[in-house]
Design a protein around this ligand. Structure first.
Ligand code: AMP
Length: 115
């Protein structure tokens, strides 16, 4: 846990989060400012600032984020309609919380343009 990280505090139960999924490695909770009808953040319990701070030893955990995303998409009933997974990396790419996380976005038509 990193003491000044808001997501570490949510994971530790120190501040509230609307959890939709939890296992030994990852948690998922609803984004406080959703930009789609389904907007869920999937984060490892272990703190990494960003993708720029992982290495090969983290691959099983990072792969598990995708497995969790699939399970959550099924749970949220968006598997068939489709969903977008986004990982912002660095302030220049729009990252505002420096605890690595994946956005799962669904429930509205999405452009094929990413930016
Ligand atoms: P990013 O900009 O990719 O770092 O994404 C950070 C996301 O965290 C934003 O979409 C915020 O709305 C969301 N967020 C910030 N604080 C909270 C919180 N306390 N609970 C849930 N989501 C949050």
């Amino acid at each position: 846990m990193t003491s000044d990280c808001i997501f570490c505090k949510i994971i530790a139960g120190e501040i509230p989060g609307q959890f939709v999924y939890q296992d030994e490695q990852v948690v998922a909770f609803r984004d406080i400012h959703p930009i789609a009808p389904t907007h869920i953040l999937i984060a490892p319990r272990k703190h990494f600032d960003s993708v720029h701070h992982v290495d090969a030893s983290d691959e099983p955990l990072l792969g598990h984020l995708f497995t969790a995303a699939r399970l959550i998409a099924e749970q949220e009933k968006v598997s068939q309609s489709g969903y977008r997974l986004v990982v912002n990396t660095g302030a220049g790419a729009g990252q505002t919380v420096f605890h690595i996380h994946m956005h799962l976005l669904a429930g509205k038509p999405m452009s094929d343009k990413l930016v």
